[in-house]
Design a binder for this molecule. Structure first.
Ligand code: OAD
Ligand code: ZN
Length: 273
């Protein structure tokens, strides 16, 4: 249980005041947000890459070399315990949104948060109810056409032939999740950059800020004058750029922040005026 020190309490007040003064608040979320849903992060203590080593940048190349074999292997269900893909799948299949996800939804509904850019592919933002959202690394419950970028839910999709082909353009279909070495779909990346350029405040929630282009977004925002608020139990490469740092797990910090936003100060948030 998080200890609400005087320092943390002051920082929460400052963060709430800053958000109330801001007109366009964007959250950049990372794996840390889902830790309290039982999903391991990638880096740091308990991280998948810490445990198994960082994968090579080749998975997209391998997919492109033989999409049919990639899909067939998928249906053979070859992932086993001791494999990071398996560990992640088991954790995500059981996961439910935590109070951090729900606090972000409430912040959005109450006009304190305009957009979420998430690096998480676990679908938990959608399950919780976030509306304005960009999934920069895709969503594991969706499929995407490599040619026309059309997305559709994997659930209910009929895999008549492998590799599956797009009904709109005939292109090869892959999982929507962005693989290592795969470029971010251009439209999504553009929309994320627009959010970074438009926001006047960005919340960095549970991200180590190590994977580009996502990690560049806060820097772009900061260089254009936005303020940065970090929510993370540990220091990250983005910490030195931040105006306010809220040290602690996001499942506890975000509800505390929401509470301050709802109850503290008389001014209406800028975007509601
Ligand atoms: P990382 O695993 O790199 O970082 C997780 C961050 O969450 C760390 O800074 C932790 O300190 C922090 N953290 C841990 N527990 C937390 C908690 N309870 N509350 C808040 N923060 C907590 O995850 P990302 O930054 O998301 O790429 O990693 C970026 C990308 O690297 C991922 O999207 C993934 C991976 O390779 C793809 O899947 C394409
Ligand atoms: Zn297509």
């Amino acid at each position: 249980m998080l200890k609400l020190t005087e320092e943390l309490s002051d920082s929460l007040d400052q963060a709430a005041a800053l958000i109330r003064l801001s007109k366009h608040v964007v959250a950049l979320a990372g794996a840390g947000l889902s830790v309290e849903s039982g999903i391991p992060p990638f880096r740091g203590p308990g991280g998948l890459w810490t445990k198994y080593g960082e994968p090579t940048n080749l998975s997209y190349k391998e997919f492109l070399r033989d999409p049919q074999e990639w899909w067939e292997a998928r249906f053979r269900n070859e992932d086993r315990p001791g494999d990071p893909t398996y560990e992640l799948k088991v954790a995500v299949d059981q996961a439910k949104p935590n109070p951090g996800h729900y606090a972000m939804v409430e912040m959005e509904q109450q006009g304190f948060l305009q957009y979420v850019v998430t690096q998480n592919v676990d679908n938990l933002h959608r399950v919780a109810g976030s509306q304005n959202m960009l999934e920069i690394h895709g969503n594991r419950t969706w499929l995407r056409c490599l040619d026309c970028a059309d997305r559709q839910p994997r659930d209910g999709y009929h895999f008549d032939s492998l590799p599956p082909r797009c009904t709109k353009c005939g292109g090869i279909i892959k999982m929507d999740t962005v693989m290592f070495g795969e470029p971010i779909p251009a439209e999504v990346l553009l929309a994320c950059r627009q959010q970074a350029e438009t926001c006047d405040c960005m919340l960095l929630v549970g991200t180590s800020g190590t994977v580009n282009p996502a990690a560049r977004l806060p820097i772009v925002a900061k260089e254009l004058g936005a303020t940065l608020i970090e929510i993370n139990p540990d220091e990250t490469s983005l910490t030195p750029w931040c105006d306010i740092v809220l040290n602690g797990p996001s499942g506890e910090i975000l509800p505390l922040l929401l509470n301050r936003l709802q109850n503290g100060g008389d001014a209406e948030p800028g975007n509601r005026a």
